[in-house]
Design a protein around this ligand. Structure first.
Ligand SMILES: CSC[C@H]1O[C@H](OP(=O)(O)O)[C@H](O)[C@@H]1O
Length: 327
């Protein structure tokens, strides 16, 4: 059964509070762009495509709540910096400022496209997966509002009998893997085992990993990409062990303004998300903690890029441009 992270009802955009999953299913109402921006910033909803859909409906709510579109747009753009889907969605909403009905139709289109592209991503991705697969963070329906990207491919590959087992990185510090990917794979009936992030190398060394597939928050035109912190290390481990390594993404997650990943903004989140787990301290009070939310993986560590137009192979600056239809 597919989990849906949000719904639009009675002029309210309801967010399934992902901070409380898998232990409680709590819905948070958003009635304005301001409330929506806060929901994104505080990761009530998270995941690159899901953030884009949510921002689009935030602009619909701006029209319903009487907020000025320009101010609503600015608030939403400031909510989180790395996932390009948020900016892609807001750019698509801009021509409809002042027109509620057109804004609603565009937001619905953005959500519908997420579902359509992810069916294709899942099919293309399933073809390159087999045996035991390792994944990082959460890239299922909770992260997208559709079928998922990397996790969509994993679930489809299991349905086809290709994937037999999944290693789920817990993904410190926010634990998207332990809390959300485990929750989604359990609902999907896919055999999986939770590991701490520092166990990935061991499992690879034991020959227990046949492929790595994970998500993308922003990709440059040469294939360098930003994803959840820990991705870069997994890419190096996969290359060392000769294991295929695949980022999965809709082409709307490619930033055509960027020639390489050096310019991708990396979100810094609060140290408290590192020094506390579910409100309990795990370090001396006030001890400093770093919390870059993402890292950038260079294109030479990628085996293939799983998109709705197929799996792209090097040279990525050519195959990505061809897939995007740009020179
Ligand atoms: C389907 S891409 C999901 C992508 O977003 C996650 O980040 P966050 O949970 O902080 O929004 C992570 O990077 C995933 O790969």
């Amino acid at each position: 059964m597919r989990v849906v992270p949000f719904r639009f009802e009675e002029n309210t955009f309801w967010l399934l509070d992902q901070r409380k999953l898998p232990f409680e299913e709590v819905w948070v109402p958003c009635k304005s762009a301001q409330e929506t921006a806060l929901g994104i910033k505080e990761m009530v909803v998270r995941g690159a495509p899901a953030i884009g859909v949510t921002a689009a409906y935030g602009m619909v709510l701006a029209h319903l709540s009487g907020e000025k579109p320009a101010q609503a747009d600015a608030l939403l753009r400031q909510s989180r910096p790395t996932a390009v889907n948020l900016f892609y969605a807001l750019d698509r909403m801009k021509p409809h400022w002042g027109n509620l009905e057109a804004s609603l139709q565009e937001a619905k289109a953005i959500w519908t496209e997420v579902e359509a592209t992810e069916q294709a991503i899942s099919q293309h991705g399933a073809r390159v997966l087999k045996g035991q697969v390792l994944t990082h963070c959460n890239t299922g329906p909770l992260a997208t509002g559709g079928f998922g990207t990397a996790l969509g491919a994993i679930i489809e590959a299991h349905r086809q009998g290709r994937v037999t087992h999944v290693w789920v990185d817990e993904t410190r510090p926010y634990l998207q893997g332990a809390r959300l990917t485990a929750y989604e794979l359990q609902k999907a009936g896919v055999p999986a085992t939770l590991i701490t992030d520092n166990m990935a190398a061991y499992q690879m060394g034991q020959g227990q990993v046949d492929a790595v597939i994970l998500g993308t928050d922003r990709m440059a035109l040469n294939g360098d990409f930003a994803n959840k912190i820990g991705t870069y290390g997994l890419a190096i481990l996969a290359q060392y062990h000769g294991i295929p390594f695949y980022p999965a993404l809709p082409l709307s997650s490619v930033d055509p303004r960027l020639e390489s990943g050096t310019q991708i903004p990396i979100e810094e989140r609060s140290a408290r998300e590192v020094t506390f787990i579910r409100g309990q301290p795990i370090a001396p009070e006030g001890f400093p903690a770093a919390h870059p939310g993402f890292d950038v993986t260079p294109n030479h560590l990628i085996t293939g890029i799983v998109t709705e137009k197929g799996v792209l192979y090097p040279p990525f600056d050519e195959s990505l441009r061809a897939a995007l239809g740009i020179g």
